[in-house]
Design a protein around this ligand. Sequence first.
Ligand code: C5P
Length: 234
Amino acid sequence: MAEFIALIPAAGSGSRMGEDLPKQYRLLAGKPMIYHALHTLCSTERIGTVCVVLAPDDTEWKRYDWSEFVGKIKVLNCGGATRAESVTNGLKALHAANHVQDHDWILVHDAARPGLSHALVERLLDQLTDDEVGGLLAVPLADTLKRADKAGRVQRTESREYLWQAQTPQMFRTKLLLEALGKAHAGITDDASAVEALGYSPKLVMGDAYNFKVTYPQDLKLAELILQERIATR
Ligand code: C5P
């Protein structure tokens, strides 16, 4: 039977955060940011293994105590220059070591989305387990979309009908994901777009606003509030 394996690429430098410390280690609710997604994924019973892909020169990981996740996590220091490279390197290493099989489901989740809840992971697993292709969490666009000209003035208003914002986890079978990432062009920013480039249509599964990606310094405050509330009600 196919297994569910989560893979967290965590080899980014977080340059848009404007700090030396990679953002996955920024403290949120008293823990490094990556802890929160790890906690959710590791405590999801159906997920057998959670693999964390760090940069080869990562010096932060070992500063923290991860013992509560022992038995469930695998840490690999094989991150690459881009997110896609980090996912590819991690997945290839797991595959080469026989830790994942071609038909196993891989849930790729950004370390920078600490607001992932159990409910969302369960919904993703429920809706995709029998799917031919796989898919991703996403939310329909809420704002009105403006296309700008080079001078920063509105050229036109775009229809937001059928537009969704992609989130993670993105869930595909090992074989398809390896093939897609192997053929992907350099600019891709998520796994689904690599799969789309092969001609497949991944399924959109409803995410939520709490699962946003912490990107800019102002995102930290919101993430802190969400996580503090969640920890208080655990
Ligand atoms: O920078 P961004 O927020 O798009 O990164 C998304 C995820 O990809 C983060 O978890 C980050 O650590 C990871 N990443 C990676 N290797 C890179 C760049 C980003 O694992 N070279």
